[in-house]
Design a protein around this ligand. Structure first.
Ligand SMILES: Cc1cc2nc3c(=O)[nH]c(=O)nc-3n(C[C@H](O)[C@H](O)[C@H](O)COP(=O)(O)OP(=O)(O)OC[C@H]3O[C@@H](n4cnc5c(N)ncnc54)[C@H](O)[C@@H]3O)c2cc1C
Length: 328
């Protein structure tokens, strides 16, 4: 495999940030393999998104505005990805490790009889082979795996693991023909948009998470949300908070929730059970705020602030807001 293809995830006319991270990593990998870096963007509005992607270091951007991609569940987009893979020949296919990306990855692996590496946080090329580094077993083990030599390898990449790179390399726009003879059965009846207008948790550079220590749903709105907004981040939660019905499960971080890797993770009133830690321990800097100085989150945190969150969070929010105001 020499070329690299990225699957572009987009929603509401916006390309997800992880796409730009994949584009930069695809360029680096393709250069190391001696191949080219390509992208597939499919669905209504893709022609415009493809033009925006020309600001990123790609060689070809395959695109289609086919409305069937939005109307039917998964199969049309997988058809297009398969078509691009057949055009380029043997390739590594990078897909975001998101809800949609994981579904797409599972299907394209079956279509291409490819290998799969999931939740990858680092990639390198050695002797012409792509090596994938990924945390496993709840982060207790870091694995390195390489594809055995088949034509295709599919890699789901953790958002925030790589830096995006703005660099126009004159990528060619390639419109795609609709694959012939396809019929689709699974119609998308409606698309439920959670947390409209907020930054996606998995992609946020800053996550402010709350746990049982918040004591109810209100402090998520009145304390955590203002702090997250001041820091340009998103609100997350422990399972205890989600189980209590204080926040939707879509905010839950951990083993049975979302895995996040922001630059800054602030755990507020969260004890740091292993099932929570596996969802956030790869964050760049971890700050915990807890009234108990002996909590397990203290072992993972770079900074454990011992005190009452109801006093600390408003004061911290004010400091951040003042600092921002001073710099504008
Ligand atoms: C199979 C399985 C899967 C699981 N998956 C997940 C998962 O994905 N994510 C997850 O989070 N959990 C998960 N759990 C649950 C996990 O084991 C813990 O029960 C949960 O994480 C605890 O949540 P918490 O830290 O909010 O609550 P607690 O453990 O009750 O901690 C609350 C903390 O708040 C502090 N506190 C209280 N009041 C204040 C205050 N005024 N100021 C400052 N600090 C205060 C306390 O000192 C305490 O440390 C899972 C469990 C199982 C068995």
């Amino acid at each position: 495999m020499r070329d690299v293809i990225i699957f572009v995830e987009h929603n509401g006319g916006q390309t997800r940030k992880v796409t730009f991270e994949l584009a930069a990593e695809a360029r680096r990998l393709a250069d190391a393999l001696g191949g080219k870096a390509h992208a597939l963007v499919a669905g209504v509005g893709s022609a415009a998104l493809a033009r925006q992607l020309q600001n990123h270091p790609l060689d070809k951007i395959f695109h289609t505005d086919d409305a069937d991609v939005d109307k039917f569940l998964l199969d049309p987009v997988v058809d297009y990805l398969e078509a691009v893979a057949k055009v380029t020949g043997p390739a590594a296919i990078l897909v975001p490790n998101t809800m949609l990306g994981r579904d797409v990855a599972g299907r394209i692996v079956a279509r291409l009889d490819a290998g799969l590496a999931s939740d990858v946080t680092e990639l390198r090329v050695e002797n012409g082979r792509v090596h994938c580094i990924a945390p496993k077993l709840q982060g207790s083990t870091i694995t390195t795996c390489a594809f055995k030599g088949g034509d295709y390898g599919v890699i789901t990449v953790r958002p925030n693991a790589f830096a995006a790179q703005l660099q126009a390399t004159g990528a060619e726009l390639v419109p795609l023909e609709k694959p012939a003879g396809k019929t689709y059965g699974m119609v998308v009846e409606s698309d439920v948009e959670e947390a409209t207008g907020e930054i996606g948790l998995e992609e946020a550079a800053v996550v402010v998470s709350g746990g049982r220590g918040l004591g109810g749903p209100e402090p998520f709105e009145t304390l955590l949300k203002p702090l997250a907004e001041a820091l340009g981040g998103a609100v997350g939660a422990s399972r205890a908070a989600a189980d209590a019905g204080w926040v939707p499960y879509s905010l839950q971080i951990g083993q049975t929730g979302k895995i996040v890797s922001p630059q800054l993770y602030i755990a507020v009133g969260i004890s740091g059970a292993i099932q929570h830690k596996v969802g956030m321990q790869t964050a760049g800097t971890i700050v915990a705020i807890n009234r108990d100085g002996t909590v397990p989150i203290g072992e993972t945190a770079d900074l454990l602030v011992v005190g009452d969150l109801f006093q600390i969070i408003p004061a911290l929010t004010t400091l951040v807001q003042e600092a921002k105001a001073a710099h504008t």
